[in-house]
Design a protein around this ligand. Sequence first.
Ligand code: 3IO
Length: 340
Amino acid sequence: MKLRTLSMAVISLGFTLAIFLGTAIPSAWAKGVSLNYANFPPAPTFPCVQMERWKTEVEKRTDGAVSVNTFPGGTLLGAKDMMDGVINGQADIGCICMAYQPGRFMVTNATSLPLNIPDAKTGSLVLLDLYNQYQPESFKKVKVLTMFVSAPANIMSKEPVKSLADLKGLDLRASGGAAQILKSWGANQVGMPMSATPEALQKGVVKGLFSSLEVMKDLKFAEICKNVTNTDTVIYPFAVIMNKSKWDGLPDKVKKVMDDLSVEQAAWTGEYMDNHVKESMAWSKEKHQVKVITLTPEQKKEWDDKLAPITAKWIESAKAKNLPGEKIVDDIKSLIKKHM
Ligand code: 3IO
């Protein structure tokens, strides 16, 4: 009798467990998640190319349980609304260019000081490391999915820029750290996001721009800007951010897929960028007879010397905001060595 009661108990416990497991731990990805991902520039540009790559990888690695709906070209959020739009939940994910709100992202924008980041792959890994090391206050309201940078900026212009004299008072478009560089060289720097630049160039509001050269092809700037002056100066830093409560609500397995992608995505985007700049310039020379101007070593020194005060000034302004300015700059320099 006793034995029978016991076996009954074991069997019913088994049933209960089976039902419990069946409902509480269903197949790993059972709950479908749909995410809206906003981006500000047009679809052919690198921030959007990396967005499509991230979408493909996430959907693949979650067996389709996560679907990502991408919105390039500012169709969901524009360049300057991106950060707050994601915080407010207007989009689940967004891609921001930190240069468009330089005061807001002090620590990470230090990567756009003239510290000679050699290429986008190195820069992307430096930026992501710096972010992880400092966990800046400015990103506390969001989940950072990855970060990456543009290739070093060069001058694209309608008229050739062969000297600082040619640059004097010239209306060129740039933002953030890159804008400080243009000012130091005596250009008339005009600030606006990349997404507003095609129209400004078309209308003649600006006579050129200062950014990475893949836009010569992706935004067809080679049709208007027939000249490139190689300066290889500073990068533009970017971040991909997610709404915090949306992130908190994701299954752990999904979170792991996204966290595991973070560094890989930064490296992938940097590498894509570096290769694409070469492609873009080959295309620009061949299809649009774009001329490349290289500074002489004497000129390069003259131009670089003008930039010397920028970092010192930034360190002071960082200190004024209670940030360890010197340490941040030193850390960026060591991170460059680490990833080069
Ligand atoms: C950039 C921004 C959007 C699309 C393509 C791009 N290539 C380089 C940048 C950097 C940037 O944000 C800018 O404004 O120059």
